[in-house]
Design a protein around this ligand. Structure first.
Ligand code: GLN
Length: 489
């Protein structure tokens, strides 16, 4: 049998069910693995080992019937340890958002996704690194530590959910939660050989998830295969009265949707705007091969166009910083975390606490966001960006009348070297192919598709489906994965 830490959710759940091992043993295997290997990878910021083992023990008791039967007894997540991105509130744990400004903060409550996971019997196992306030594409913007790519430790894991991706890709976690605002689940999943699913906007509650850009943020699964993504999404999704953007519509049975998955007769759109000059030739070759795989398996490949794609980056870098500038106003040195001791009046307290607490990229976004919202510029930038966002959404609505899903690259390149991308504008380009879907609010998934010939780096392919069609998206992903099975490194 393979080492316990190598298992994914489905396999681990089977082993737990058969009694091959307990959740305490599984959780301990992750803890030992983190002790042995995370010094090199740096995926985790903190790990409440005692708390995780205690939760695992409860899960074992529920399974053995020693503890009062609860709805979680039949859950595939019962006793499964899941690593949590460090911007999701878990009661009694730190929640740093990768920032100095939240140093010392301990969450007094559980985010809805955490409540849901706990109700399903999952074990919150460790807090993973990220770009500060989820702003970035390499995890180099974390103020709290460096995370490297488990496939090549001289390279970045991607970002902003780089800790989640490195943990799953490096077998330091069974599965992880990430968040995606413009690509932060999908791009690191591609860089670290994981499956990363960004749910449709509103499918998963944002309550208790530290806000970056509220009209874009979504929590999603980062896993070792598509089935695991389905199982974890099931534990996250659904209406929440604490988040008014989660519609009260049924959550499909995602695992069931995978049964008999096939690409036969599936119409896959190939958006011409995603195959541009800046696309690395090796990434293009892997994407082309994925398209051919789908065609050979019976999918109908249809050329489509999303004509407003070229404006997506500009729209995102107005809308996301605008929302961030408002959301981050709450970090004032009074209510949470870091408080400057060098201030003699309340204005200085705000200004100095923020100046000392926030890193350079976060400051850049706050300045940009404040600028585009300021009087005289609001209509010219923010108002206009919202109008173009509508056009981008309509592009997708039009193509989804013709095709079941789109197939596209995830990011223009594979993982780059640490310190290689210093220009913020170049860093922003990482999300060229993930941002449009985020603006439109639909769902998409990055699935491992191959390795580059030159440096043997993992590369994912992206499937994009219409909003609230995660069942269809996962089914397509599963059919693809059945032909191109995950290669664990
Ligand atoms: N890299 C993008 C940014 O820096 C997206 C981040 C994200 O999805 N959280 O804004």
């Amino acid at each position: 049998m393979s080492e316990l830490y190598m298992l994914g959710i489905e396999e681990a759940a089977k082993g737990l069910e058969k009694g091959d091992f307990s959740s305490v043993e599984l959780t301990q295997a992750i803890i030992d693995r983190v002790h042995d290997h995370d010094g090199e990878i740096g995926a985790y910021l903190t790990f409440d080992e005692e708390g995780a083992l205690a939760a695992a023990k409860v899960a074992d008791e529920i399974r053995s019937g020693k503890s009062a039967a609860s709805p979680s007894a039949a859950s595939p997540l019962l006793g499964i340890p899941v690593a949590i991105k460090d911007l999701i509130n878990v009661r009694g744990q730190p929640c740093t958002c990768g920032s100095k400004i939240l140093k010392g903060y301990v969450s007094p409550y559980d985010a809805t996704v955490i409540k849901n996971l706990k109700a399903a019997g999952a074990v919150c196992a460790g807090r993973v690194n990220m770009d500060e306030f989820a702003m970035g594409s390499s995890t180099e913007n974390s103020a709290l530590g460096r995370t490297v790519n488990p496939y090549d430790t001289s390279r970045v894991p991607g970002g902003s959910s780089g800790g989640s991706a490195a943990a799953v890709g490096g077998d330091l976690a069974i599965a992880a939660l990430g968040t995606d605002t413009g690509g932060s689940i999908r791009q690191p999943a591609s860089f670290c050989n994981c499956v990363g699913l960004k749910p449709s906007y509103g499918r998963v509650s944002r309550f208790g998830v530290t806000a970056f850009a509220s009209s874009l943020d979504q929590v999603g699964p980062m896993t070792k295969n598509v089935t695991d993504a389905a199982l974890l999404l099931q534990g996250l999704a659904g209406h929440d009265e604490m988040d008014g953007t989660t519609p009260d519509i049924p959550v499909p049975d995602y695992a069931k949707a995978l049964e008999g998955a096939t690409l036969k007769g599936v119409k896959l759109g190939l958006p011409k705007e995603y195959f541009i000059d800046g696309l690395d030739p090796e990434v293009k070759a892997i994407t082309d091969a994925a398209v051919k795989t789908c065609a050979d398996a019976g999918a109908e490949i249809v050329d489509v166009s999303l004509p407003h794609t070229e404006y997506a980056m500009a729209v995102y870098y107005i809308v996301a910083p605008a929302e961030a500038s408002a959301n981050l106003a709450r970090f004032d040195g009074v209510r949470y975390g870091h408080r400057s001791d060098k201030s003699d009046n309340v204005f200085n307290l705000y200004a100095r606490s923020r100046a000392e607490g926030f890193g350079p990229e976060v400051k850049r976004r706050i300045i940009m966001g404040t600028y585009v919202l300021s009087s005289g510029y609001y209509d010219a930038y923010y108002g206009r960006a919202l109008k173009v966002r509508t056009l981008i959404r309509r592009d997708f609505e039009e193509v989804f009348k013709k095709v079941d899903a789109l197939i596209a690259p995830v990011a223009p390149t594979a993982a780059f070297k640490i310190g290689e991308v210093l220009d913020p504008l170049k860093m922003y380009l990482n999300d060229l192919f993930t941002i449009p879907g985020s603006l439109a609010g639909n769902c998409s998934v990055s699935i491992p598709a191959g390795f580059t010939a030159s440096a043997n780096l993992p590369v994912g392919v992206q499937f994009i489906a219409d909003a609230f069609c995660e069942d269809k998206l996962l089914r397509i992903g599963k059919a693809f994965e059945d032909i191109v099975p995950p290669v664990r490194g």
